[in-house]
Ligand binder design. Sequence first.
Ligand code: UT7
Length: 328
Amino acid sequence: MTLYSKIIGTGSCLPANRVTNQDLARQLAEKGIETSDEWIVSRSGISARYYADPGTRSSDLAVEAAKNALQMAGLLANDIDLIILATSTPDHLGGFPSTATVVQRKLGITNECAAVDVQAVCSGFIYAVSIADSFIKSGAHKNVLVIGAEVFSRILDFNDRGTCVLFGDGAGAAILSASQQPGILATKLHADGRHSEILYVSGNVSGGVLEGSAFLSMDGQAVFKLAVKVLDQVAHEVLEKAELNASQVDWLVPHQANIRIMRGAAKKLGLPMDKVIVTVDEHGNTSAASIPLALDVGVRDGRIKPGQTVMMEGVGGGFTWGAILARM
Ligand code: UT7
């Protein structure tokens, strides 16, 4: 009998502090940096984003998202036998110990299940779901908690208007369980380290001292061009693997970085924008959290229904990218 993995629950969490473009423009103006709601909306589609309080870590947002996903799945925390958490803003320096193990403890999981972080920046959730899918299909694990969680505001340089207006904080979770029904239909992952410096954090810590910058830096136009190209390629790769065509996709849930990239991806697939789940306007770019946050919004507002086919696609630092086709 073929074993599949299936998404049986989703959840998400946003911090309380909603910051509009106008709020941000006012804060930047105090430092003599000019930006405007008009510029941010027209270039990115973003109107607002959420910032966590200084005491809140990725694991705090992750735990709330996970609790919501567990509730939807009808599972208890101790039913989980693997946690995979995607983040570029882990609780601890160098992700040591992993934020996944922090989440395990905060959820009260005592069954000694495996827990690990995945680092693929904005493609992190796609990587994490693909890994979960393989583990479930191999029979190694049955109920996998996959989380994308970020406090990206911590690595933003608020003197760099080209990046600080784009990103926000949040977490999204999905529970994948072994099933005799599909499930995840196809996954495809890629990376090309030759493009690592178009979107990265240059710094490192040596002898307890920061060398380089702890802030994200990005060549926006280079990222934009590459993103549009590779998203289209990988979307077709998963369609081919699943032997489906784009017209059979009910919902596109892309990484929420820029509405113009999302429009480009949908157009190339021949999908109208009313088949695309868009949260970038309200959430900004939450990196590894953006896809599961958008997925949860679509599931909870009733647009994404059981039995429908969903394409998720992500792209980010590394350079990494990937896509997943899932039957809900
Ligand atoms: O999650 C990982 C994936 N990340 C992405 O997908 C991001 C991809 N890139 C983008 O989304 C876009 O490139 C941006 C939104 C970052 C920028 O849009 P753009 O149309 O590529 O603008 P640009 O960088 O070419 O900048 C145009 C102008 C520049 O001024 P000059 O040189 O033409 O005088 C910038 O200095 O806009 C200026 N600018 C701003 N003006 C007002 C840059 N940031 C701002 C700002 N407010 N916040």
